[in-house]
Design a protein. Sequence first.
Length: 385
Amino acid sequence: MDAPHFIWQQPDWPRMHYDGAVVGGEVALARRAQGVIEGKLSAIGFEQRRTLAAEAWSQEAVATAAIEGEHLSLLAVRSSVARRLGVAGQSGASVPRHIDGLLDIMDDAVNRAAVPLSHERLHGWQAALFPTGYSGINKIRVGAYREHAEPMQIVSGRIGHEKLHYEAPPSAMVPAEMAAWLDWFNHDGRGDSLVRAALAHLWFETVHPFEDGNGRVGRVIVDLLLARDSGETSRLMRISQGLLARRDDYYSELERAQRGGLDVTAWVAWFVKQVRVACEQAALIIDEAMAKGRFWRAHGEQELSPRQRKVINVILDAGPGGFEGGMSTKKYESLTGASRATASRDLSELEDWGLLLRAGNGRSTRYYPNIPDWGLRAEAADTPA
């Protein structure tokens, strides 16, 4: 096993510092991106906002688990989220207890964001992730901080070839360290909320107070601080999804901050940038929802067969350019089970009615939604609408 990069040295956490100019620039960009989301949200209705929030929450739950190597069923997560938010159109089998537990703590963080954190609340969050008392096949301590005598080590790699990234404080120090963290979290209101989220997450992950579940609980703490800061808007910020996409960088930046002393400029700037990117992605998702809303307002009275409606929804759900290569007769057959002749006729009708635009001819014929810049682009310029 490689030598550890960092061994606990009990830093004076409240004295963490960062370069205000560097971090301030990132905060300004993130705040601007947040403002864009808020402006766009004001242009859509309550039901549309609730649907967007449900999908964002579902994707976040799957992502935060995936960061830890756990793969959740998106269908099961969506089903539970839909029931919680009262969103129609989602159904599924009963949801496993550990999935409901994860959604419970995410919900608690957002809906009770103003309530101070406590040891008991954090213990409850961690226990909800492991309702059987096991992590995989290993029995763990749940609903309490870790107490094992051996060092808490963060490793990666296959058995026998592990790489030790970090060694957390001894278990005997955890209660005092968490008491200090909670005192800072609940009573020190200095600094921008996005910066506080970065600091809170770093400090919590460095203490690593539980036997398992630290990453998921640590990201729920971020959810809580964003909810305090942004209210409803925070539901649409897919922070964990962005961290999953940059998981190697996420771990590297955390590790660098944990062994870099009290100057945490690089970590805070990196984290705030992820918030900004999440806001920018949320704005694009809202744009897509608005475009789909305009599409159905323009074509909602057109009588479509169940096959046609299914295909249109598949294309729209894929988003701009998301249905790679456009819709072809062959793809239509595969999606609906229709014959080649029926698929060709259905697509021609959708083109005639103005729901789809056609590009190419013969076997190269492809269809795209009649929404500006949603896949046709250069091809549309050469094809009569």
